[in-house]
Every structure is written in C-alpha cells, then in structure tokens.
Design a protein around this ligand. Sequence first.
Ligand code: SF4
Ligand code: SF4
Length: 437
Amino acid sequence: MQTNFTAEQLADPHVAEAESILRKCVHCGFCTATCPTYVTLGNELDSPRGRIYLIKDMLENGRPADEQIVTHIDRCLSCLACTTTCPSGVDYMHLVDHARTHIEKTYRRPLMNRLTRNMLAMVLPYPGRFRLALKLAALGRPFAGLFDQVKSLKPMAAMLRLAPSSVAPPSDFAKPATHAAAATRRGRVAILTGCAQPVLDPGINEAAISLLTRLGVEVVVPQGEGCCGALVHHMGREEQALDSARRNVDVWTRAIEDGGLDAIIVTTSGCGTTIKDYGHMLRLDPAYAEKAARVSALAKDVTEYLSTLDLPLAETKGLTVAYHSACSLQHGQKVTVAPKLLLKSAGFTVKDPPEGHLCCGSAGTYNIMQPEISARLKARKVRNIESTKPDVIAAGNIGCMTQIGSATGIPVVHTVELLNWAYGGPRPKALDRRPAA
Ligand code: SF4
Ligand code: SF4
C-alpha cells in the first residue's frame, strides 16, 4: 500500500512503525473471510482491510479520531485471525494498538462510554476490587433487564449477566510462595497469578502448580506481580499498560536473578500474548528494553512448557473433549497443536469444533462493551462446539471459558485441569455436572 507520511511525521517512531506495517498491505482482502466482525456484520469497514484504510487515513492526515473510526476500531476484537490469514505478513496487532492509543489521546467519548471504560480500568486489574464488584453484581443481576432498555447502559446489563452466582474465596496458591518440586527437580519456573483469573477460577493455577511440582518443576509465585496490563492496553491506555509491564518485568527479573527461571508460565492466553509482547511494548525505554525482551522470551503458555516435559501416555478417560482454541493462543501466540497433543496423550478423545478460527466474542472487555456482536459470536461458537457432542469443553483462557460457559450446559474447564487429573491430580469439579467417567 502506498503511503504519504511526511518526514516530520515519520520522526515519531510509533508513526514510523505504523507506516511500515501499512506498506505491507496489498489490499487483497483475504483477511475479510476470517474476520469475525466482517463475517457477522458484512460491512467492509468492519473488516481488517477496512480498518487498515481508516487507520491510514487518520494517521496520514494527522487527524484526531472521529466517531466513525472509533465505532469500527471499537468493534475489532483484537482476535488476530487476520494476522493468521494475511499472506503479506501485515502486523495488524501493532497497527491497531497504535490506533487505539491515538483514539484514547484524541477522542472524547460519550459520557456513559467513558464512565464504563473508567470503571473497568479501575476494577478489573485489581483482584480485591474485582472480587467485591462480582459480589455486588450477583446482587444486581435481577436488574439486568432494566439496564437493557437503555442503549448506553447495555454494557452494565452484560456485566451483570456475566458475573458468576458465587465467588470462590482467595486461593493460597495465589499468594507469594515457592512451591518445591515433588519429584527429582528438572526445572524452575515463575507463574503469573494475574488479576481476573484467580478471582473467577482459582482452581486453574492450583491445577497448574500441582501438576508442575509433581512433574519435578519448582514453581515460584513472586511477590509484587500483578495484572499483565492487557485489559488497559486494549483500551489504548498505554501509560497504564506500560506501568503494569514495568512492574512485572521488575518482579520477574528479580526472580531470574534469585535462582534462575526456565520459563514464566501463563495459564491465561490473553495475558500470555501481551507478556510475549513486553519486549516490543518497552523497546523504546532504555531502562527496560533489554529486561522486557528477556521476560518475553521466557513467557510460555502452560501447554507450551508442558509439551517440553515428555509426559507419558495416560490411561483413557473415556471422555470426548471439544478443544476451544482461544484466539490469543492460536492467532496471538501460534500455539495450536501442543494443547491437543497433550490432551490426547492424557487419554482424552479430542474434537476440533467447526469454524475454530472464529472468536467466541469474549475478547477481554469486548463482551461488556460490545454485547450485541459478542452475543452473536457466542451463539455461533456454542453451536459449533455442541455439534461435536463433547462431554467437556477445554480452553486455555478464562475469558473464553466464562463466555462459552454462560451459554451451554456442557462443563467448561481449563486444559491444564484435565491434564492435572490425568497425571494424578483431582478430577475437575466442573465435571460433576456429568456422569463420572
Ligand atoms: S483482529 Fe479480529 S476482529 Fe479485528 S480486524 Fe482482525 S480478524 Fe477482524
Ligand atoms: S490479507 Fe493482509 S495484505 Fe490482504 S488486505 Fe488483509 S491485511 Fe492487507
């Protein structure tokens, strides 16, 4: 794609990067076929190619964002299916990240939209606040229908409906500690506790830590680590996201210096994609660029790391698992085969649901901020998964698990919970909704 940026504009490294990404796009439109918003809405401006044109126009003319571009960029899920499809290697992720930052700096959103986004940014990244908010939401759920009557309050209705009916108490596994290897030691890793996952489902990291320690891996939960910054990063709040990144880089750098780390294990793939991008996010910060690149290189999805440990074949469980490949894992991190191979070796029959490349509509806070598109994608995803007639659904991202679980009676568990069970851990409680295997 031809671009016409001035030398002055290109002196800004962020604009220069955007320009180099734009130049790679050859307008072929292959990406439109796999874009969930284009497939759902059929509007070119809700396709990757359409958004690329809008971003180019805004940046090239040095214009503030307007309502049209905000509408279409806000509808983008950041699922990155377009980057998997694009034959020209267009780095859409960093382009849309830059566009979102530009929008945040130059566009004043309507009041309710602003308030909702501020509330999400002030609550979700903090487990204590998030836990309290979920308890309040459980009380407010009967009023969701009322909020639905007013367009600007629909995100509130979506939030109330997504909140679980009960919240588990804080897990000891989320506290800073070193969990010793329970077999001959063969590795040392840190694990991300994060923000929303330990509140919504503390059993995921409990399963990961139990499995890893039984396999001879020492697992460190470092003091001071917190939200990876993905939630605010996707809102264009770059400074807040970079602050989170710097804090975690400091924490993990201390853990590296204090005993070494073979990997930084992430059990929420949305967070994993962001942590693997810390090196890029902090590339212009001389105090952090090198440390952040080291952290990104160590970040591994839990299934990526487990597949290096040569797990033995386990007895069959007689259960069919529909494996939902989270966008952040398949498109963001290109981890596609490892989770399914691990599940098969662990004795499960694994099914790939049709249209596995399409997002479930969760996408961070998307299911709150864009409830209508999200609901359509969720219904399509659940229909596809249920068509495989599984006993259980496995995924590697708490956002997808919550989204899919809100629309099906089939149990939804994290992949690592099934693996933990197969290799000596307890049967996931969620399976109690089905007859025992
Ligand atoms: S990230 Fe997903 S929703 Fe956004 S343009 Fe790409 S394919 Fe479409
Ligand atoms: S597939 Fe790639 S090159 Fe083709 S229009 Fe989409 S982003 Fe541009």
